[in-house]
Design a protein around this ligand. Sequence first.
Ligand code: UDX
Length: 430
Amino acid sequence: MNISIIGSGYVGLVTGSCLAELGNNVLCVDKDDRKIEKLKKAEIPIYEPGLKELIARNIKNKKLLFSSSIKEAVKKSEIIFIAVGTPSLENGEVDLTDVEDVARNIALNMTEYRLIVEKSTVPVETGEWVKRTISAYIKQKIKFDVASNPEFLREGQAINDFMHPDRIIIGVESKKAKDILANLYKPLNAAILVTNIKSAELIKHASNAFLATKISFINAFSQICDKVGADVKEVAFGMGLDKRIGHSFLDAGAGYGGSCFPKDLDAFINISKKVGYDFRLLKAVKDINEEQKEFILKKIRDVLWMLKDKTIGVLGLAFKPDTDDMRNAPAVSIIKYLQKEGSRVRVYDPQAMEKAKIELMDAKFCDSPYEVCKGSDCLLIITEWNEFKELDFVKVKKMLKRPIIIDARNMYDPGILKKLGFQYMGVGRL
Ligand code: UDX
């Protein structure tokens, strides 16, 4: 099939290159000419395992092209995905300026049937607005369809998530649109759920809100576990054995971050308010997530007492492992607080150092985890990179000023570290 993806950000690039890999002819479009020139040489602006190779291979096979022209996209492709950014406004609302702009430009260039598919996460009823916008700007009497096909891609595993999805949601209003999308995704052999457009839009928000709720739920339990001397890992495992609950998204830690959960939660609290419902549960989910960072800080204060003039070594800055994404990373708030209290902070992350330098100018960026430990009063782990699992703790202990480990992601075995002579503190475990 001939497909265009408007918006060559994270979602657009992963979707475009995976659809090209499935044998389609894909044109990825972006209004940023410089970005497009780089993409033509397979230079990508983000770190995502396997993505660079996938893009390079499909450019070579002539399955993947790049352009900054929406006109070219509309001319060439029967299916046009909208994958532009939908950032948050100060008041929590979603800024849909780019979606509207793209819809208008598609309409102005349309000369025959096109299927326009929302891929970005958008508020419910955006599909309706896209339809109205296209109808208002279209120059001739041409048939078109709008569909919603939300993405469920996790950073760090996006290609695998695309190729092996738990489900594909297709929100449509016509059989033609349904058949086109069902056909497009046929090679994936995945479960496809066909709904109306508004339900598809809501499924995306409901899924992310529910996953964030699971995380805040277990984080709230981690605080109880700390108080009574239980182990939150055992509690989560025991709960997860119930098939109705499941094991995933029950890892207590420093709270969720990233470009999706915090933004989507704000957006959905706002959307609910607009339609006349006060979503108190999601407000609490958000508050618990903020509190979790304070919970980690309290642990540091409990062990070091005064933070002024102390040196804190921090391992892991990205909002989760296998990404260089620093958006809403818990590490930023925690480190900024420590610095405000007068601590010196030494940091290391396997991928996110460049991006972290923008926000954490005053931290000492180190070349290795051991360099971080040098002279630090304690070691704080905020992101559970695999690299940190294999540390030589005898060396770590020698480098630290005091043998204290605060494991904000519960990645180590407390028994082993205590045996090695560390004072160990996890989240919700002794
Ligand atoms: C998420 C959704 O999973 C994906 O379906 C959606 O389309 C985009 O948003 P992503 O933001 O890449 O993906 O990260 P995810 O792996 O879901 O983790 C989100 C945050 O939750 C991370 O900060 C992670 O550290 C945290 N988390 C996750 C926990 O604290 N505990 C858990 O058990 C799981």
